[in-house]
Design a protein around this ligand. Structure first.
Ligand code: NDP
Length: 294
């Protein structure tokens, strides 16, 4: 068997078009332009690339983009003051603080300072708790993207056996909650789990969010399963440039699975598109308007 490749690039492009259509409708109907503020502390090159991409895609969707770049040695209070100002700014409906923050800053305090209604990264405890309780919440973008990619293969996930490998607040845990909302049966695996291969063997849906290059092997996978690879790992390539690989051994697994996301071109493409979705949803929720059709 050769797995169907799930085209994250095309699915993300279609999602961005749908967001742009809804943004145009909100502008026509209510005269409001949804706005996203991104805060970058320091000059980590990878973070700079992500922030630039978010800025471009936000503008391309017709939304307002506000970028705040602060030096790595910014005082904690100064960052908190900026977040307070963005919380009060009526032009801003989504606030994202690019992670990781420099070690001198307390990430938890910073995230907790964001107005939960504008927390488009879905990391504020109010949103995490609401998601865990099965209530409406802003959910983290990468897990949202994983669900959309899975739904491009399966119209319904009801009753399917899913395994999520990884339990971080950013990916694994919220993904588990979203899968429960889809009525899947979920196994959560992590670094202390025993016999991952055996746990995977029963799964119709496999999500790898570990950060270990090509850890998930072909002989772990149930024939025909759908495999979503969240991992982004940089390995030195033969040409001296880094190459990106996922947490899944792509060639082996694609010989067994029914569908699989590539790295790059899979989950990574969805994260920013889902950030735009969350910003649009936050703008509508803040104003008490119905949920947008995306
Ligand atoms: P974290 O490091 O926060 O979490 C990794 C998780 O994997 C932990 O729960 C850890 O378990 C578990 N783990 C580690 N080693 C093993 C092992 N040998 N067997 C089973 N589980 C293991 O990572 P993130 O969740 O933030 O990210 C995971 C991956 O996804 C990374 O490659 C990251 O780059 C990528 N990523 C991609 C995004 C995208 O847009 N595509 C967005 C965010 C992340 P324990 O809890 O026990 O320590």
């Amino acid at each position: 068997m050769t797995a169907r490749i799930i085209d994250g690039k095309a699915i993300a492009a279609e999602l961005r078009t749908r967001v742009a259509d809804e943004v145009a409708r909100v502008q026509r109907t209510h005269g409001l332009t949804p706005g996203l503020a991104v805060v970058l502390v320091g000059n980590d090159p990878a973070s700079q690339v992500y922030v630039r991409s978010k800025h471009k895609q936000t503008q391309a969707a017709g939304m307002a983009s506000f970028e705040h770049v602060l030096p790595a040695d910014v005082a904690h209070d100064e960052l908190l003051a900026l977040i307070g100002q963005l919380n009060r700014d009526a032009r801003v409906h989504g606030i994202l603080v690019q992670l990781p923050l420099p070690k001198s800053l307390d990430t938890e305090t910073i995230i907790n300072a964001i107005d939960p209604a504008k927390d488009v990264d879905g990391l504020h405890p109010n949103n995490a708790g609401r998601l865990a309780g099965g209530f409406a919440a802003l959910s983290p973008c990468t897990p949202l993207g994983c669900i959309i990619l899975t739904r491009s293969v399966h119209a319904s996930l009801e009753g399917m056996n899913a395994i999520v490998i990884g339990r971080s607040n950013l990916v694994g845990r919220p993904l588990v909650q979203l899968l429960l909302n889809e009525n899947a049966t979920v196994t959560i695996a992590h670094s202390r789990s025993r016999d991952l291969a055996q746990l995977c063997a029963r799964a119709d849906l496999v999500y790898a969010a570990v950060g270990r290059p090509e850890m998930v092997r072909g002989d772990w996978i149930k024939p025909g399963a759908t495999v979503i690879d969240v991992g982004i790992n940089r390995l030195p390539g033969a040409d001296g440039k880094d190459r990106l690989v996922g947490d899944v051994a792509f060639h082996e697994v694609s010989a067994v699975a029914g569908a699989i996301t590539p790295v790059p071109g899979g989950v990574g493409q969805m994260t920013v598109a889902c950030l735009l979705v969350n910003t649009l949803r936050a703008a509508c929720a803040i104003h008490g308007w119905p949920k947008p059709a995306v």
